[in-house]
Design a protein around this ligand. Structure first.
Ligand code: PEP
Ligand code: MN
Length: 338
């Protein structure tokens, strides 16, 4: 809801209005222009009628904002967000690549992949220490030991790390040790986790839930944004449809739609989005062409031996080829825009 205040509104009346909104557990974005003052209400305004707000003498006009998300939306934040994270720019025209294995397995594996992806131009190293596996019998990740291996890889290569948190129990450790905290697809609507991670004020990569709409994803982003001022990056990683030829259906239209609705950077994960290594290359290029702000790619030095998601992991050799092609495609697109 947006409230436009009268130009000559008395401050006591404005305070009374603010108190009413606070009583309803709404937070207020107080936007002051040269001749206009506007309140943007954040929270559930569904129980507030326009009439009840108009009763306040200081109010000139009230508008219900139809989007169910606020902080992630463009309405109050028309310009693209861009962040400086560990010396890299994310969003706002930059292109960010996060690459690495699905799971951290051994020091030798993580280091070898980190060196390779860095050499090819990756900005961040990804790798799961805590793994959300559908089957309780599958490899569950190395947990805190895996995090230590990621830290070693960061120390030795200088690549900052992105890794998934699964439980609020570890928020302090992630705050201290991780550059970008990943919220996985399965936890996209784990609201208490979103809130706890949001309080840290650290960069968050929010992956789309496999059966979530884009509006639901943006509402999940609002949970993080309203808890602190964490930089949030959205990640399309495929949704579950009736199609069985791919693991998920990569929704490339999510890129322009999210970018129209939201100021947050949008990256694409064609590895989980397709489930097959040979589809990663074409779909990564398609994501670039559709305007993504970056990519998350699973890379493994021995995909045939990977403990998790080997079938969708590309080799460092193919990753290198992909990075060259991505750079050429971006250059061509920029030329044609000029
Ligand atoms: C991952 O990135 O390793 C992962 C498990 O992804 P998602 O949450 O998208 O399935
Ligand atoms: Mn994976």
């Amino acid at each position: 809801m947006i409230i436009v205040l009268k130009q000559d509104a008395a401050e006591e009346q404005v305070i009374a209005l603010k108190d009413t909104m606070s009583d309803r557990r709404l937070s207020i974005q107080d936007i002051r222009g040269e001749s206009t003052r506007i309140f943007g209400l954040v929270g559930d305004t569904s129980g507030i009628s326009e009439d009840s707000v108009m009763r306040h003498e200081c109010v000139e006009r009230v508008m219900k904002v139809s989007e169910p998300y606020k902080l992630a939306g463009r309405r109050f934040h028309p310009l693209d967000s861009s962040y400086e994270i560990a010396g890299r720019t994310v969003g706002g025209g930059a292109f960010t690549v996060m690459a690495g294995p699905c799971s951290v397995e051994t020091e030798e594996q993580v280091l070898s992949i980190a060196r390779d992806v860095k050499h090819s131009g990756a900005d961040f190293m990804r790798g799961g220490a805590f793994k959300p596996r559908s089957s309780p019998y599958s490899f569950q990740g190395l947990g805190l030991d895996g995090l230590e291996l990621l830290k070693t890889a960061r120390e030795k290569t200088g690549l900052p790390i992105v890794t998934e948190i699964m439980s609020p129990e570890y928020v302090e450790i992630f705050r201290d040790d991780v550059d970008i905290i990943q919220i996985g697809a399965r936890n996209m609507q784990n609201f208490s986790l979103l809130t706890e991670v949001g309080k840290l004020g650290k960069p968050v990569l929010l992956k789309r839930g496999p059966s979530c709409t884009l509006d639901e994803m943006l509402m999940a982003a609002d949970y993080i944004l309203m808890s602190g001022d964490s930089p949030v990056i959205l990640c399309e990683r495929g949704i579950r449809t009736f199609e069985t030829a791919t693991r998920n259906t990569l929704d490339l239209s999510a890129i322009p739609v999210l970018k129209k609705k939201s100021h947050l950077p949008v990256i694409v994960d064609p590895s989980h989005g397709t489930g097959y290594w040979d589809l990663v290359y074409p779909m990564a290029l398609a994501a670039v062409a559709a305007g993504a702000d970056g990519l998350m790619i699973e890379v493994h030095n021995r995909p045939d031996k990977a403990l998790c998601d080997g079938q969708q992991s590309i080799t460092p050799f193919l990753f290198d080829k992909l990075m060259r092609k991505v750079n050429r495609l971006r250059a061509t697109l920029a030329e044609n825009d000029a």
